[in-house]
Design a protein around this ligand. Structure first.
Ligand code: CNA
Length: 373
């Protein structure tokens, strides 16, 4: 049921920020019963874990694709190009594959929002699965561009065994379908492909949000970028990013950081996202919560990965030992075989040349031969 005009006006008045900053947003949260925050995130929240983003000058993937000899940078994520030449994507996938990257403070900040009962949903463009790794429930995440978590055949759509795909990717080899030999592709959305069904199913979340936080994205990929306009007009929006994005000077609607039209609902933190969320947490009185959640979970993951690395090392050593034993066994049986062959040959020669196998007999025979002369 839509509300009345006065309700709408009341909401609009309440939503006005007293400053276009994180402080302004935190004051708004404290004054209002904010419980349905949507976080829209992008590659910028994972750069601190070591995964490059697309567009950062110098460090972004698009500035570092020369080795793949692509016709244009985006081709590496283009479905038509992939069908023709999957190798560059697979080479890149090896570098980006989940498993050795830790979630950042920003990922844990999103989880903290949930633990504080304030997160409605995290719409992420990221494919690195770090939100899951940070312990956020799957139900709270919308992976708008898919992820590396699953993979399927581009021809017959059969779901591939994730362990097999991982093995192939880490070896830098192209995975093929076991039933039709078609190309296997991790279920990340390429240019030219539809977004996952779940993305469209959850779009109505935006009309229920009471705050939008956009972190670490250049807001250049559609339709994701225009979701910032899907929250109601009275809902405040905060961008935390190293550069301005989604500014209404560069797109039709978008953010209005200058408050030129008096909406007073957009706020900006220009800088590193981990610093931004730390400031946010501090102003909310959650500084220690964020710190301890990050430290605890980071240490937990570290010990799991160290144990896994150790187990892999032991397994590899065991495999190497087994291989060595096998080679030794084969060499031994080869030696025995040769020995037997030599013995058999010697026997044939003895018989042909009438050489006695007993050396004494040979001596006797030679003595006999010389005395008879
Ligand atoms: P993008 O276009 O590369 O933009 C990233 C934005 O983040 C830029 O505006 C940067 O200035 C900003 N940024 C980078 N580091 C930080 C930081 N530490 N603190 C604050 N801001 C920072 O990436 P988008 O996410 O906007 O583009 C969408 C693409 C990127 C999606 O299709 C993703 O699949 C794709 N992508 C994902 C990953 C990943 O999963 N980690 C990595 C690379 C690309």
């Amino acid at each position: 049921m839509p509300g009345t005009r006065s309700q709408y006006k009341a909401k609009t008045a309440a939503a006005k920020l007293d400053a276009p900053t994180i402080e302004g947003i935190v004051n708004y949260i404290k004054k209002n019963d904010v419980k349905r925050i949507i976080v829209m995130s992008g590659a910028g929240i994972s750069t601190d874990s070591g995964i490059p983003d697309f567009r950062s000058k110098g460090t972004g993937l698009y500035d570092n694709l020369q080795k793949f000899n692509l016709p244009y940078a985006e081709a590496i994520f283009d479905i038509d190009y992939f069908m023709e030449k999957p190798e560059p994507f697979y080479a890149l996938a090896k570098e980006l594959y989940p498993g050795k990257y830790y979630p950042t403070k920003t990922h844990y900040f999103i989880r903290l929002l949930h633990e504080k009962g304030m997160l409605l949903r995290n719409f992420t463009q990221n494919i690195d699965t770090l939100e899951r790794l940070a312990g956020l429930d799957e139900d709270l995440i919308v992976e708008a561009h898919g992820s590396f978590a699953t993979a399927s055949c581009v021809e017959c759509k059969n779901v591939a065994d994730p362990a097999q795909v991982k093995k192939k990717v880490l070896k830098g080899e192209v995975a093929r379908c076991s039933s039709c030999d078609g190309l296997i592709k991790p279920d990340i959305t390429f240019f030219g492909q539809n977004l996952p069904k779940r993305f469209f199913k959850r779009l109505h979340d935006f009309s229920e949000a009471d705050l939008l936080i956009v972190i670490g994205t250049s807001l250049q990929v559609q339709p994701f970028a225009s979701l910032i306009d899907d929250v109601p007009d009275y809902v405040p929006r905060l961008l935390i990013n190293k550069e301005k994005a989604g500014d209404h000077h560069t797109s039709h609607s978008g953010f209005d950081f200058k408050w030129k039209y008096g909406k007073k609902r957009d706020a900006l933190f220009l800088g590193d996202c981990n610093e931004g969320v730390q400031k946010f947490a501090e102003l909310m009185g959650w500084k220690d919560d964020l710190e301890s959640l990050y430290n605890k979970e980071h240490a937990k993951l570290k010990s799991i990965w160290e144990a896994e690395t150790l187990a892999e090392k032991v397994e590899k050593e065991h495999e190497a030992e087994e291989e060595e034993k096998q080679i030794e066994k084969e060499t031994k049986s080869e030696d025995e075989k040769q020995h037997k062959e030599i013995e058999a040959l010697a026997k044939v020669l003895e018989e042909k040349l009438h050489i006695p196998s007993d050396p004494q007999e040979s001596k006797d025979r030679s003595n006999a031969t010389s005395s008879s002369k």
